[in-house]
Design a protein around this ligand. Structure first.
Ligand code: PLP
Length: 393
């Protein structure tokens, strides 16, 4: 018999009752170090006082009005974000998938309004993840996402990861944009090299294409900058954000330059819930913390420390860890000989929660507020787990 909750997830039987900072507590009272953050969402950790206060205060005042009325909290959040990045304007939705959908529509509308109606195609990279809508799975193109859901929306040309020649070869008269994750998340924590990001910008400029960066996982401070594209010094035309942007409240954002958004006039796009006062209050609370002086310095420092400790771990377990990957607090170790789910399951049993990523990678996306002691604790768990797997062999 089918379960009341549609069985689309392989759920661990553990249920959590509460969270506090870097830790989760299950219904039996057991404590876990959270290096997962609910897929990079809980950027400020659990039950952060600023976040709790914002939600409670707004919750007692006003939740939702719909977008036919002015939402001052949303204007404030959009102003703060656009002041801090390449975008001039933001559409708020409720998830990453919706942010991607808006980005795809915007690319098409941009060329349509310029009189280039045929330029609807978008070049994407293999092993990408762009959400679970029909357009999102078509954009990622991976069979594990698309199988059985055909026919898929047309308009995506998937090229091998980080292959500039393939990108150039894929561009034709119908191409309107290029969409990439500056650091691939689900695909296995793969950063696109800075030089490639710069080359993609140049290719877009030469061909009149819009560059879309999917920062849903790698953005909002995760790599030590507000957005990961900043490391390459380029400016994209469209940025998608979600996950960390709401600190646990469902929120997504499609952000664009004035030029890229020129076709998004009244009536072209919308959402009932998107950017409601409750979401906007919590989004502003995330920025209250993230825009404190030295917040990003802390993320960079902790990221460097984590990668240093993971490199040392790799030396101790060079027979098991083939690679340490990532940027800032988006890290992964590739362990090719052990099923990733087994390692993750073992670590959860030891009281640490990591995540699975593609390409045999154990993924780590801790809350951005961690300190050195949490990195030590995580490394000790990883060390013990890998040692136990070796002893079992
Ligand atoms: C999670 C994710 C999405 C989809 O976001 P949802 O909120 O799950 O719809 C899209 N792109 C990237 C890079 C992601 O990590």
């Amino acid at each position: 018999m089918i379960t009341p909750l549609m069985p689309t997830y392989a759920r661990n039987p553990i249920a959590f009752e509460r969270g506090e900072g870097m830790y989760l507590f299950d219904t039996e009272g057991k404590k876990y170090l959270d290096f997962y953050s609910g897929i990079g969402v809980m950027s400020m950790g659990h039950s952060h006082p600023t976040m709790v206060k914002a939600l409670q205060e707004q919750g007692a005042k006003l939740w939702h009005t719909a977008n036919g009325f002015t939402i001052p909290e949303g204007e404030r959040l959009a102003t703060r974000l656009t002041d801090a990045c390449a975008a001039d304007t933001i559409f708020f939705g409720n998830s990453g998938a919706e942010a991607i959908e808006c980005a795809i529509k915007m690319v098409r509308k941009y060329h349509h309004d310029k009189g280039d109606k045929g330029r609807y195609r978008i070049v994407t990279m293999a092993s990408a993840f762009h959400g679970r809508t029909l357009a999102g799975i078509a954009a990622a193109g991976q069979e594990k996402l698309t199988k059985g859901f055909e026919p898929l929306p047309d308009g995506f040309d998937v090229v091998p990861f980080n292959d500039l020649e393939a990108v150039k070869a894929a561009i034709g008269p119908n191409t309107g944009g290029i969409m990439v994750e500056p650091v691939q998340g689900e695909g296995g924590i793969r950063p696109i090299p800075v030089e490639t990001m710069q080359a993609l910008r140049a290719i877009c400029d030469e061909n009149g294409l819009l560059l879309v960066v999917d920062e849903i996982q790698c953005g909002m401070g995760r790599t030590g900058k507000l957005f990961a594209y900043e490391w390459s010094g380029i400016e994209p035309d469209i940025i998608t954000a979600a996950k960390g942007i709401g600190g646990g409240f469902p929120l997504g954002a499609c952000m664009a330059t004035e030029e890229a958004a020129s076709g998004m006039v009244v009536g072209t796009h919308g959402s009932t819930y998107g950017g409601n006062p409750l979401a906007m209050a919590v989004g502003n609370a995330v920025l209250d913390e993230m825009f404190k002086p030295s917040f990003f310095d802390h993320v960079i420092e902790m990221g460097d420390m984590l990668h240093g400790r993971l490199a040392a771990l790799q030396q101790r377990h060079s027979d098991m860890i083939s690679e340490v990957r990532g940027k800032g607090l988006m890290a992964g170790i590739r362990v090719p000989d052990i099923p990733t789910r087994d390692i993750v399951g073992d670590l959860i049993g030891r009281g640490m929660i990591p995540a699975v990523a593609g390409d045999m990678v154990v993924r780590m996306l801790p809350p951005l507020i961690l300190d050195e002691s949490h990195i030590e604790e995580a490394i000790n768990h990883l060390d013990a787990s890998l040692t136990a797997f070796r002893d079992k062999k």
